[in-house]
Design a binder for this molecule. Structure first.
Ligand code: CP
Length: 315
């Protein structure tokens, strides 16, 4: 595997999830693969889980790890070709990415969308320029429109905890105080549409995701209808795709509570984290026995390790 940027880079998602669970049982059995190999993790935005889980995964595989908080510690990056760099930007991505490729065997990149210009965000300009100029395999640590390591960890969690062959999985919109990217729900949707699950998306009117990510999903504006018989509920806020990046006031009643959980099939509750307590998810849910959010975050290690293992095998 030379690129991990979406579900489309994986031939068989069930085999990859199975491999992640095998690595969970035997974390150190492939240490020889990473000997004398280096991964550089480049963050243009804050991160707790992605940074620590990918670092841990790489160390489990015997790799050396370098982390650069590009937004705080790196030179200000210029992305435009032909730019006259007489302003705030100091280094062009053509040189920056190419130099990183001299130091690392694999590069991980996290970038976020600006949520102002949909065409620009959905073109994945920053991520694709890293891929183009670094010259080594690249793993997405979340990009403007997708978070595939998160989605793989989510699939691993569902496979691990399911009690029926084909569970009902519901992605439900949740309230928030600011505009958030569509990367996590986009990505979760496109992975679930390929997984062995029955998949429903529930959101208020105006929060439809791009249909490029949701083909095969049942989509409803009725949260109660969606939650009925759910085995897994994936809670997440996102801003509107159309009009792009907008949030509307109201919809506070979309927050998941224990009362709503009663209409499910004793569903397990997932969230990618970080979560705003009592805005997106209630204390009673997060502290209750149905929440698997910490377990899910733990599985980020095994998802990342399965992907890095395949990349190391292809070097
Ligand atoms: N879920 C997730 O990606 O968390 P971080 O932003 O902390 O990495």
């Amino acid at each position: 595997m030379k690129l991990f940027s979406s579900v489309h880079d994986v031939n068989d998602i069930n085999a990859l999830a199975k491999e992640a669970l095998e690595l969970k049982r035997n974390p150190y059995s492939y240490q020889h693969l990473g000997k004398n190999k280096t991964i550089a993790l480049i963050f243009l935005n804050p991160s707790l889980r992605t940074r620590m889980s990918t670092q841990k995964a790489a160390m489990n595989l015997g790799m050396n790890v370098m982390v650069l908080n590009m937004d705080k510690e790196g030179w200000a990056l210029e992305l435009q070709d032909g730019a006259v760099m007489n302003g705030a930007t100091v280094e062009h991505i053509r040189e920056a990415a190419a130099v990183m490729g001299e130091y690392a065997d694999i590069i991980g990149v996290r970038s976020f969308p600006g949520l102002k210009d949909r065409e620009l965000d959905y073109s994945e300009d920053i991520f694709n320029k890293f891929v183009k100029y670094c010259g080594v395999p690249v793993v997405s640590l979340e990009s403007a429109t997708r978070h595939p390591l998160q989605s793989l960890a989510d699939l691993v969690t569902i496979e691990e905890l399911k009690t029926k062959a084909r569970p009902n999985v519901v992605l439900t919109w949740a309230p928030h105080v600011k505009a958030l990217p569509q990367a996590v729900p986009n990505s979760f949707a496109e992975w679930m549409c390929k997984a062995d699950v029955d998949f429903t998306i529930a959101q208020p009117e105006g929060y439809e995701l791009s249909n490029g990510f949701t083909k095969g999903a049942h989509i409803t504006h009725n949260q109660e209808e969606a939650l009925k018989d759910a085995d897994f509920i994936y809670v997440k806020n996102w801003s509107a795709y159309e009009p792009y990046g907008k949030v509307t006031v109201g919809h506070e009643d979309w927050m998941l509570t224990n009362e709503k959980l009663k209409i499910t099939d004793n569903a397990k509750v997932m969230h990618c984290l970080p979560v705003r307590r009592n805005v997106e998810l209630s204390d009673e849910i997060l502290d209750g026995s149905n929440s698997v959010v910490v377990h899910e975050a733990g599985n980020r290690v095994w998802a990342a390790q399965a992907v890095l293992k395949r990349m190391l095998e292809s070097l």
